[in-house]
Ligand binder design. Structure first.
Ligand code: WTA
Length: 690
C-alpha cells in the first residue's frame, strides 16, 4: 500500500521532455540505483505524526497552493498580533518584465517576533519550561534558562541598547560564539525593532570589517574569547582589528559591548579600548528585567545576514518580520514533527541562517527546549554529540552531512557507547547527503528508528523549502523528497522552460512564500539580477535538481561558482580575490573538488608574478592570506602552481577544464581547441602533483 502512496505522490505528472546533456553536467551521483530504495517510517511513528500519510500531506499541500492567503493567514492567526494585517494577506511580483521585484506578507500587521518567542509562551503557561540548555566546551560546564529567565535577560539587554540610543531600524552587529548571549542578543534586538546582523565568529577581521562598512552598526556586541576543543580564539582581538580598519575607512563604531567568557579568557588578559569598550557583566545586569515591546510592521526588517554569491563581495540578505516568523515556526513544527515534550538540538552556529531559523526563532516560537553547544563535535572525543544527546535526552537532532561523515569515519564504537534512546527524529542540512552517510546516520545513530528530515533550503529562503515530513511518506536516502506547504519548486531547462515528470535541470521556485528574503541590503538591483533575471518569472536558487519517476527531488549541488565546504557557502570569487591580494600572486582560479568529509574542498590554481619561484613557504603564505581575509574555514585544501591558466581567445578562464584537472578526470577534458593556447593544459597536468 505504501507503493501506491508513492505513486499518488507525483506532483507534476505530465511526462515532458528531458535534457540529458544538462543531466550529465550537473548530476553528481547516478540515481538509477538509489531512486528505488525506499525506507518506510514505522507504524508507531506514523500513528503519532502530525502529518501521518501522503494523503494528508497532499490535502494540506493542495490547500496551501490553491489558497495561499487562506492557508497562511489561518496559521498566522495563531500568533500574537498587536494589530491585524491589512486586506491583502500577501502581494508579489517575481517577474522583472512587470516591474520591480516585490514580495510582501501580512503588510500592515503589527507584531514582534521576540514577544511571540517569549512573552506569548510565558502567557500560555510555559514560563518555567527550559528554553535554553547550554553545554560548554568542557563537558562539566553548562547552564540553562527557563522562558521566564530568558525573557528577563533579553529585557535587560534591550533596555541597555535603548539607553545607548539604539532605535528601531538601527543595525547591531553580533560577533559571538555559541553561548546563550548569542540568542539573547538576537532577541533583544528584535524586541526593540533593531536589525541584527550576526557575523559568524569564524570570520576574519577583514570580513568583519567589510560587514561593518556595509551595514554601519550602532554597536558591536562580542565576547573576549572562546574555547573550541583545545583551541582558544581571541575574538576581541579580531574585533579590535576590524573596527580599527573600519574607522580608517571612515566608519567608526562608538560602542563595543564585550561579554567576559570566563572559561576562555580573563578580563585582565583582554585588550581594551577605553571609551569604546564596555564589559557586558558590568552594565547589562544593572538594567530592569522588563522592557516594553516595539511593535513593528510585518514588513519591517528583522535581520541582515551576509552570504556568498558567485561574484563580488558578500551580499546582505534581508529578512523581514511577519512572514519569516510564521514560516520558520511552521517549517520547524512540521519538518521535525515537533511535540511539546521534545528536546531539540541543532548543531549549527547562529552565525549561519540555520542558527537563525532553527536554533533561535523557529524552535522558540514553538515553545521548544533548545540545546546550545559551544564546542566542537569531536572534543574531548568523537562521542561528544551522543554524550550530549544522552545528558539532555535530546529527541530531535539536526546536523550537517559533513559532521555525519566525519563521525562515521571515526567508527561506530563512539556512537554505540551511548544509549541515544531518547532520539526520535534526525535532520540534515547544508549540502546533499550522500546515501551512504544517510544510511549510517539512520542505522547507527538512529538505530533504524528515526526518520531523517533532509531539509533543502538557503539563506535566501528563510526556512525549509523541500523537506520530508517525518511519518508522511517513505524516504529515499539522499533525496530531500517533496516541497513544504506553499512552495512550488519547478525544474527548468537552460532556456527557462519548466520541465515535468522525470527530469533534471535548474531548481527555481514559482510564486513567493512567507519566509522569502525581500532584498539584498542596499542593492535591490543586484537582488533582481542575481535571483530573478536568469529565468524570468521565477526565483532561481543556483542549485541543480532532478526529479525521479516518483516525484522525489534530488538536489545535485550548486550550478554557479559557489562552493559548499562543510556546509559553509563560499564564493570562488572571494577566495580568488583574497589570493590575488598577495603581492606575489598574479592570478588565481578556484574550483571545488569532491572531498570525503567536507563534501567539497577548495582547490586553487595560482599563477605567480613573473620571476617569483614556487616554494613551500609561499604556498603557506597564500593559504594564510585566505585565512586572514575570509576565515580558517575558507583555507584552500590545495594550491596548484599554474604558469598560466586555460583561457578562451577572449580571455575567459575555462573553469570546466580546471575542474577536470583538479579532480584528475584527465580523460574527460573535452574540447580544448577553443583555448587561446591549448598547450597550457599539458603544462598544468604535468604540475599536478608538484
Ligand atoms: C546547499 C543553508 C542539498 C544548496 C541552509 C543551497 C543543500 C546552499 C541542502 C545554501 C540539502 C542546503 N540538500 N543541498 N538538504 N541544504 N544545501 O545559504 O546548495 O548556507 O543552495 O543555507 O546549501 O546554503 P546556505
Amino acid at each position: 500500500s505504501h507503493l501506491r502512496h508513492v505513486e499518488s505522490m507525483r506532483i507534476s505528472p505530465s511526462g515532458a521532455g528531458r535534457i540529458p546533456e544538462l543531466k550529465a553536467v550537473i548530476l553528481g551521483e547516478s540515481l538509477a540505483s538509489e531512486e528505488n530504495d525506499l525506507v518506510f517510517p514505522s507504524d508507531e511513528f506514523c500513528k503519532q505524526a502530525l502529518v501521518s500519510s501522503p494523503e494528508k500531506y497532499l490535502e494540506m499541500y493542495k490547500w496551501s497552493i490553491e489558497d495561499p492567503a487562506g492557508f497562511w493567514s489561518g496559521i498566522a492567526s495563531e500568533f500574537y498580533w498587536e494589530k491585524k494585517w491589512g486586506q491583502q494577506v500577501y502581494s508579489e511580483n517575481l517577474d522583472v518584465s512587470k516591474g520591480t521585484i516585490n514580495i510582501e506578507w501580512f503588510k500592515g500587521g503589527l507584531t514582534n517576533i521576540c514577544y511571540n518567542c517569549l512573552d506569548a509562551n510565558i502567557k500560555s503557561g510555559n514560563g518555567d519550561k527550559i528554553a535554553l540548555y547550554w553545554e560548554g566546551n568542557e563537558p562539566d560546564v553548562d547552564g540553562s534558562l527557563t522562558y521566564k529567565q530568558l525573557l528577563e535577560r533579553v529585557c535587560q539587554l534591550a533596555n541597555f541598547l535603548k539607553d545607548k540610543g539604539v532605535k528601531k531600524g538601527d543595525t547591531v552587529i553580533i560577533y559571538l560564539p555559541m553561548i546563550m548571549e548569542l540568542p539573547i542578543t538576537m532577541l533583544a534586538c528584535a524586541r526593540i525593532g533593531a536589525v541584527h546582523s550576526v557575523v559568524f565568529a569564524g570570520y576574519s577581521a577583514e570580513s568583519l570589517h567589510q560587514r561593518v562598512v556595509d551595514c554601519k552598526p550602532k554597536i558591536v556586541i562580542t565576547c573576549n574569547a572562546v574555547t573550541r576543543g583545545t583551541k582558544i580564539i581571541d575574538l576581541k582581538n579580531i574585533v579590535d582589528a576590524a573596527l580599527l580598519e573600519s574607522s580608517q575607512n571612515g566608519i567608526s563604531v562608538d560602542l563595543c559591548l564585550t561579554f567576559e567568557n570566563k572559561s576562555a579568557m580573563k578580563k585582565e588578559d583582554t585588550k581594551w579600548q577605553k571609551g569604546r569598550d564596555l564589559w557586558w557583566q558590568d552594565v547589562v545586569p544593572t538594567y530592569p528585567t522588563t522592557c516594553d515591546v516595539e511593535w513593528v510592521d510585518a514588513e519591517d526588517p528583522l535581520f541582515l545576514l551576509y552570504t556568498s554569491g558567485s561574484t563580488g563581495k558578500p551580499k546582505g540578505v534581508l529578512h523581514t518580520t511577519g512572514g519569516y516568523m510564521i514560516y520558520t515556526a511552521t517549517t520547524f513544527k512540521y519538518a521535525f514533527d515537533y511535540k511539546d515534550s521534545d528536546i531539540y538540538w541543532c548543531t549549527a552556529d547562529c552565525g549561519w541562517i540555520t542558527g537563525h531559523s532553527y536554533v533561535t526563532y523557529g524552535p522558540l516560537l514553538n515553545g521548544a527546549t533548545v540545546v546550545v553547544y559551544e564546542g566542537v563535535p569531536n572534543y574531548p572525543d568523537s562521542g561528544r554529540c551522543w554524550e550530549i544527546v544522552d545528558k539532555y535526552k535530546v529527541t530531535i537532532f539536526y546536523t550537517a552531512p559533513t559532521l555525519v561523515r566525519s563521525l562515521m569515519r571515526d567508527g561506530n564504537e563512539y556512537v554505540t557507547r551511548y544509549s541515544r534512546k531518547s532520539l526520535r527524529v534526525l535532520g540534515s542540512v547544508g549540502e546533499p547527503i550522500n546515501p551512504s552517510a544517510w544510511r549510517w546516520f539512520y542505522n547507527v545513530v538512529g538505530d533504524s528508528r528515526c526518520p531523517i528530515s533532509d531539509t533543502w533550503w538557503q539563506t535566501e529562503t528563510g526556512g525549509f523549502m523541500i523537506a520530508p515530513l517525518p511519518g508522511a511518506w517513505p524516504q529515499k536516502p539522499g533525496s530531500a523528497t517533496f516541497p513544504f506547504f506553499g512552495v512550488q519548486p519547478v525544474i527548468v531547462d537552460e532556456k527557462g522552460n519548466e520541465i515535468d515528470g522525470e527530469c533534471s535541470g535548474y531548481l527555481c521556485v514559482k510564486s513567493s512564500w512567507p519566509g522569502a528574503f525581500r532584498t539584498l541590503y542596499g542593492d535591490h538591483e543586484r537582488y533582481e539580477t542575481t535571483y530573478f533575471k536568469a529565468f524570468p518569472g521565477y526565483y532561481f536558487s543556483g542549485d541543480g535538481c532532478s526529479r525521479d519517476k516518483d516525484g522525489y527531488h534530488w538536489l545535485t549541488g550548486r550550478v554557479d561558482d559557489v562552493i559548499n565546504v562543510s556546509g559553509h557557502r563560499i564564493g570562488t570569487a572571494e577566495v580568488e580575490s583574497a589570493l590575488v591580494s598577495h603581492p606575489q600572486c598574479a592570478e588565481a582560479a578556484v574550483v571545488g573538488v569532491e572531498h570525503e568529509v567536507k563534501g567539497q574542498g577548495i582547490y586553487a590554481f595560482v599563477t605567480l608574478v613573473e620571476g617569483v619561484p614556487y616554494s613551500e613557504d609561499l604556498r603557506k603564505s597564500l593559504v594564510l592570506v585566505v585565512r586572514n581575509q575570509i576565515g580558517a574555514f575558507a583555507a584552500p585544501d590545495r594550491i596548484h602552481w599554474a604558469p598560466s591558466l586555460p583561457k578562451t581567445r577572449s580571455g575567459k578562464i575555462m573553469r570546466r577544464i580546471l575542474r577536470k584537472i583538479a579532480s584528475r578526470q584527465l580523460d574527460e577534458l573535452g574540447d580544448i581547441s577553443t583555448l587561446a593556447d591549448p598547450s597550457v593544459v599539458d603544462q598544468l597536468i604535468s604540475l599536478a602533483d608538484s
